[in-house]
Write a protein that binds this ligand. Structure first.
Ligand SMILES: Nc1ncnc2c1ncn2[C@@H]1O[C@H](COP(=O)(O)OP(=O)(O)OP(=O)(O)O)[C@@H](O)[C@H]1O
Ligand SMILES: [Mg+2]
Length: 308
């Protein structure tokens, strides 16, 4: 089975989400490795504040795309909100200043820092940055290892707030401009172009062909409850979750301790299958006796995750 049948021409983003510590980074890294080994130029991005990719691939990754040692088509990137903001300022700063300075008399930094705190703008440009990697960065696939659950939803929800904000902006600025008796300014054009950008990105993440969500969980009460909450939330935002990975499953218990845990797990696995078996593809991943670190270990997991 291939987790996804990727059309090589079909550039997409795979997003991994779920509760803290359930195996998001492990599953993202394994999936990225799989598609890279199959010849797709793949980028794995972590937007988590803690640099988890560096740990799992046992090399320093950081905010500049780097090839993963020993894997030809695989690149990694760890990028936090601060770095995104920095790049946003580089990309849009001069344009914003030029537009704003036509109507207000402010210092460059004042203007840029003021605009940079608009609601949702940070999330918007994080998404923009990621979508840009797959559209213009020459990658066949971007695998996105997100921060734990709540943050991901915030990330997905805020661009709408940003769009709303921009929807109101022309009215607001027009009000200001009326008093200044100006008809059309670069600022309005800029706001309009951002709105178009925000909508383009929202369309990209809403298109199930372009952005696919993979939910990771574990067969325990907290894992199941969190999954139920997340699925509800995702649906509220209009996103489908085609895949659910149940991680840390004890397959062959050989002692009382593990037999008991296995029994406990089965009840939760059955619950998940009953509830989501029809709408999602559910994949069970075994609990390994060691931690998943380094390309060789990930290859073992890759064989299980993508076994026929
Ligand atoms: N199937 C597995 N078998 C054994 N160990 C595993 C398995 N999956 C994950 N682990 C281990 O569990 C720990 C947590 O996994 P991981 O870092 O992938 O979770 P995460 O969801 O990304 O966590 P966070 O929310 O903190 O980012 C790691 O030490 C990893 O090696
Ligand atoms: Mg992680």
């Amino acid at each position: 089975m291939s987790l996804l049948d990727l059309d090589r021409d079909h550039k997409c983003v795979l997003m991994f989400g779920g509760k803290g510590g359930v195996g998001k980074t492990t599953c993202s890294a394994t999936t990225a490795l799989h598609y890279a080994l199959a010849g797709n130029k793949t980028l794995i991005i972590s937007s988590d504040l803690t640099p988890s990719l560096s740990d799992i691939f046992e090399m320093e990754i950081g905010p500049v795309e780097r090839q993963i040692e020993g894997v030809e088509n695989l690149y990694g990137l760890e990028i936090g909100p601060e770095e995104v903001m920095k790049r946003w300022k580089e990309k849009f700063g001069p344009e914003v200043y030029e537009a704003a300075s036509a109507i207000v008399d402010m210092e460059y930094d004042e203007v840029i820092n003021y605009v940079a705190i608009a609601p949702g703008i940070q999330e918007e440009f994080m998404l923009d940055y990621i979508v840009e990697r797959v559209r213009d960065g020459g990658y066949d696939l971007v695998v996105w290892d997100t921060a734990p659950a709540g943050d991901t939803l915030r990330l997905l929800g805020l661009p709408y707030k940003f769009i709303e904000h921009l929807r109101m902006a022309p009215k607001f600025y027009l009000g200001v401009l009326d008093t200044l008796n100006l008809k059309k300014t670069p600022l309005l054009e800029l706001v309009e172009s951002w709105r178009a950008l925000a909508e383009e990105i929202t369309d990209f993440i809403r298109d199930p062909q372009k952005t696919k969500f993979m939910l990771v969980t574990i067969p325990e009460a907290l894992g199941v409850y969190q999954t139920q909450r997340l699925v509800r939330e995702f649906k509220r935002y209009g996103f489908d979750i085609p895949y659910l990975i149940i991680n840390n499953v004890i397959k062959e218990p050989d002692c009382d301790f593990h037999r008991k845990r296995r029994e406990m797990q089965i009840a939760y696995i059955e619950m998940l299958v009953r509830e989501y078996g029809e709408e999602m593809k559910i994949i069970q991943l075994p609990l390994f006796p060691y931690e998943m670190k380094g390309v060789e270990r990930l290859k073992e997991l890759e064989r299980v995750l993508f076994s026929p």
